[in-house]
Structures are given as C-alpha cells and as structure tokens.
Design a protein around this ligand. Structure first.
Ligand code: SAH
Ligand code: SF4
Ligand code: F3S
Length: 474
C-alpha cells in the first residue's frame, strides 16, 4: 500500500503519465522518489512542461530531458540519487556521441538541501531546482538548453501555485479517479531527526479559494476521492469565505459539500494539531474515510522529548481514545523510528508497548538515519547499527502481525469500494476499501469511478478479495 509518506522506491512514471498532449516536440522522463508531496509535484512539473511542448515518456532512452524528483529524508534515499545519476550520465554520453542532446535535472528535497553540490559531485547534471521554484522550471530548462548550468533553490517570494498552468481535463482524467491536492507545505515543528523543515522551508497554507477551485476542477474531471496533502496537513489554516479562521476540520466540512467528491482523506498529520473540529469532521462526515495516519515515532517520553515531538506517550493515547470515540471504526496508521540517539532497551520497550496499546492497521518503521544539519545528527550517543537492526526486526514483526490481523478482521464484512483500475486478471477490477486496502472485485459489478458495495471473502497479504470476484487468488 503506497500511502507511505517516505517511500524510498521510485514511483512508476506511468502513475503520473499524461493523456494526449498538444503537438509535442520534446520528451521528458521523470522519476519520483519520496512522499506523496513529490508525486503531486511531479504532476505540477509535468503540467508546467506540457505547456512548453514537453510530453511525458516512460522510456528514458527516448527522452530529451530526465528529471529526478528526489527525497532527502534518510541517507539511503539521498544516495540513490547519485547512483541513478551515474547511470543517466552514460546515456547522456551515448546520446551525445549520436549528436543528440540529453538534459539532466534534479528537483525535490535533495536539490533543495544540496544545491550546487550536486553539480560538483555529478557534473553531468544541467539543472537543480528546489520545490519552491517549480513554476520557474520551463525558463530554467530553456537556460539549460542554451548551455548554462542552472541552480534554482531560492525560496520564491511569489506563490508558485498561482504561477503554474492548470492541467487539461483529459490529463486529470487520465491520472485516475483518486487525486492528491496539496493544501499545506513546509514545516515549523523541527523534530530533531528531520530534514523536512530545511528542505521544504517554513509552513505555508494555501488559501481556501485556491483549494476549492482545484478540488472543483478535479471533481469535474471525474475524480471521486481527494487526499489533502501537507507535511503537516492538520496545521493547515486560512480565512474561510465566512470571514472566520478555518482549520483543516472546517475545510473538510466544506469539501464534503462538493458534488462529485465521494471520499476525502488527508495526510500527514501531527498529533499536536488534531483539533476538536478535525475530530468532529471524523464524527460527522461520512465522506471522510475512517483511516488516520498519525505518526508517534517512539513510545518513550524521554525519546519523544529528545526528538522535540512536544507531546508524551499518554497525550497520544488519550488523543486516539478521543478520535476512536468520535469514529469507532477508524483504522490507525503510524510511523516509527528505532535507534534514535540515546534510545535504551527500556525506551524501545516503550515503543513496543505503545504499538500494542494502539493496535495499528498499517505502519511504517525506520532505523534512525542521521541527517546533515539536524540537531539529532550532532548528538553524541548514537545507537549501534546492529542494535537498530534487531529493534527494527522486532517492531516490524509486531506491526506485521497487527496489519494482518486487521486485514483478516475485514473478512465477512460488507463495505463500499471505490473502483480504481483494471485487475491483474481479466474479469477483475481493483478498488480501495474505506481503510485504504486494495480490494479485488468482479468487473461486472461496476466501472472505474463507481463505488460498489461488496462482501469480503478472503484477506490476502496485499489485498482483500470480494465475494464473486472469480476463483482467482489475490
Ligand atoms: N511530517 C510527518 C513525517 C514526515 S517524514 C510527521 O511529522 O509525522 C516521514 C517519516 O520518515 C517520519 O514520520 C519518520 O518516521 C521518518 N523519518 C524522518 N526523518 C528520519 C530520519 N532521520 N531517520 C529515520 N526516519 C526518519
Ligand atoms: Fe519532520 Fe517533524 Fe515536521 Fe514531520 S513534524 S515534517 S517529522 S519536522
Ligand atoms: Fe522526502 Fe522531501 Fe517528502 S525529504 S519525504 S520528498 S518532503
């Protein structure tokens, strides 16, 4: 399930592919790493370049421009970029030998964090553009074409969203019946392990009018489910049309009135910003899906303090109790870090304890990775690698058990499934349960974009199988 905010695996370029483009003369290949925010941004860049005659290709060999939209969250994620750049350089040399030009660009969080350093380490790179400057991409590409090496990582003063072209309706439709919508960017929380406040800058909320206009465009193009995105999405705030200060809760109430949008989700949220109105939205809005990604990172108060999370384990548990009271069928998802500097065996047991108490339907867990420039990296009590490995293994075993138990608990239940795409086998389609699980169903039951009611017959390791979905296994 790709709801992870920090995938280190690239997301297939086909997922952001675009439908019939206008008379295109040039081709761009894009590879997206990291969180959903990057997936959304890759689409923004595709749209910006489409207006300039670039068409998306999923074959790197035929590209005139390769863009790597990168992630800096852990060391492994950042290093992947350099090994990929090595491979692309070879292609660039081969093309040059045939008299063809290939421009190489790095965007995203590594671009923002390392800037000029990328070109020093990988001189084949022609352009480096940070997340605040994507509206300048077409002009940057033009400059690069004329032989300049361009690094654009200044935080823009203008609103990038206002300067980006809107995608064609056909392009939106081609991307599917679910869509991301960025409402908030950046982070002011400064957890001591995290690079995001440095790569994405200060917290900014997009204005209500912009968000509603984009949601309306998505709905008109046939999108049924919108996931609001932000590094700290529940810190979103803005002035409502009623002149009052709105939080994410009020925004969700408004979006729930929009014709066509049947399902709403949001990610990623911080426990400190779960306001009463947001909890009320979970209680009152059937459109708001009963699934919440609410990372806690660790279960020990000492470690939470060292991480600067600004809440205790008990605060988090109390919060979940309130949310479950408001929406009893809500499924919880979380992120965990093991081996933060100073984490003892007892601290780690507290993480295991909080996991047992919450009982997660889904979770992501990582070994702590020191990030340059963050306070955590400068701490002097780092945990040995083999200890991190052992802890991660134990934690993941427990989380896997809980995830499987959650999937199994769906068997026999009736639920609404939003059909998203054809299945692997003929006669099948795949949709999502309210809890973000893939559900394989009989294609006779409905078309892509329909919401159909099915009963679950079986829970496989990666998907649920609905009754009458054929004899094929999931
Ligand atoms: N804004 C989100 C998280 C964004 S990063 C939040 O506050 O929850 C996604 C996840 O990556 C984090 O939740 C954390 O679990 C993990 N992560 C971030 N920095 C990390 C680091 N230095 N080492 C290991 N994991 C990290
Ligand atoms: Fe990173 Fe913390 Fe901000 Fe999340 S809240 S993006 S973990 S600094
Ligand atoms: Fe990675 Fe940047 Fe997202 S560091 S997780 S791509 S905000």
């Amino acid at each position: 399930m790709e709801q992870n905010i920090a995938l280190e695996q690239p997301i297939s370029p086909a997922s952001s592919a675009q439908a019939e483009a206008p008379a295109a003369t040039k081709k761009v290949f894009m590879k997206t790493y990291g969180c959903q925010m990057n997936v959304y941004d890759s689409q923004l860049m595709t749209d910006a370049l489409a207006a300039d005659g670039y068409r998306l290709t999923d074959n790197m060999e035929e590209a005139d421009l390769v863009l790597l939209n990168t992630c800096h969250i852990r060391e492994k994620a950042a290093e992947k970029v350099y090994s990929e750049l090595g491979r692309i350089r070879k292609l660039k040399e081969e093309k040059a030998a045939n008299g063809q030009e290939l421009l190489i660009g790095v965007t995203g969080c590594v671009a923002q964090a390392e800037g000029q350093e990328i070109i020093r380490r990988a001189p084949a790179v022609d352009l480096v553009v940070g997340p605040q400057s994507y509206h300048r991409l077409p002009s940057v590409v033009k400059r690069a074409r004329s032989g300049e090496k361009v690094v654009e990582t200044e935080y823009a003063i203008e609103d990038k969203f206002e300067h980006l072209p809107q995608p064609e309706k056909a392009a939106v439709r081609h991307r599917g019946v679910t869509a991301f919508l960025t409402v908030q960017e950046g982070c002011d929380k400064f957890c001591t392990f995290c690079v995001v406040p440095y790569t994405r800058g200060a917290e900014i909320s997009r204005p209500v009018s912009q968000i509603l206009a984009e949601a309306e465009r998505l709905a008109e193009a046939g999108v049924r489910e919108v996931t609001l995105l932000g590094q700290n999405v529940n810190a979103w705030h803005g002035e409502g049309p009623d002149g009052k200060e709105w939080g994410l809760g009020e925004l969700l109430f408004r979006l729930a009135e929009m014709p066509g949008l049947a399902r709403l989700r949001y990610t990623t949220s911080h426990p400190r910003d779960m306001t009463d109105s947001l909890i009320a939205a979970h209680r009152d809005l059937p459109q708001l899906m009963p699934y919440l990604h609410l990372p806690v990172q660790a279960g020990s108060d000492r470690i939470l303090k060292a991480m600067n999370r600004r809440h205790t384990a008990a605060d988090y548990l109390r919060l979940i109790e309130r949310i479950r009271k408001a929406r009893p069928d809500i499924a919880m998802s979380g992120d965990f870090i093991v081996g933060f500097p100073g984490e003892t065996d007892e601290d780690f047991e507290e993480t295991m304890r909080i996991v047992r108490e919450v009982n997660y339907a889904q979770a992501f867990s990582f070994k702590y990775s020191p990030r340059p420039g963050t306070p955590g990296a400068a701490m002097d009590n780092h945990v040995e690698e083999h200890v991190k490995d052992e802890r991660l293994q134990r934690l993941q075993a427990l989380l896997n058990e809980q995830q499987q138990a959650f999937a199994t608990s769906r068997v026999g239940l009736e639920m609404d499934v939003l059909i998203e795409k054809p299945g692997r086998l003929p006669g099948q389609v795949v949709g999502r349960s309210p809890w973000l699980q893939a559900v394989v169903i009989d294609s006779e039951l409905g078309d892509i974009g329909d919401i159909v009611r099915v009963r679950i017959a079986k829970a496989g390791p990666h998907s649920l199988l609905a009754e009458s979905a054929g004899m094929a296994s999931s």
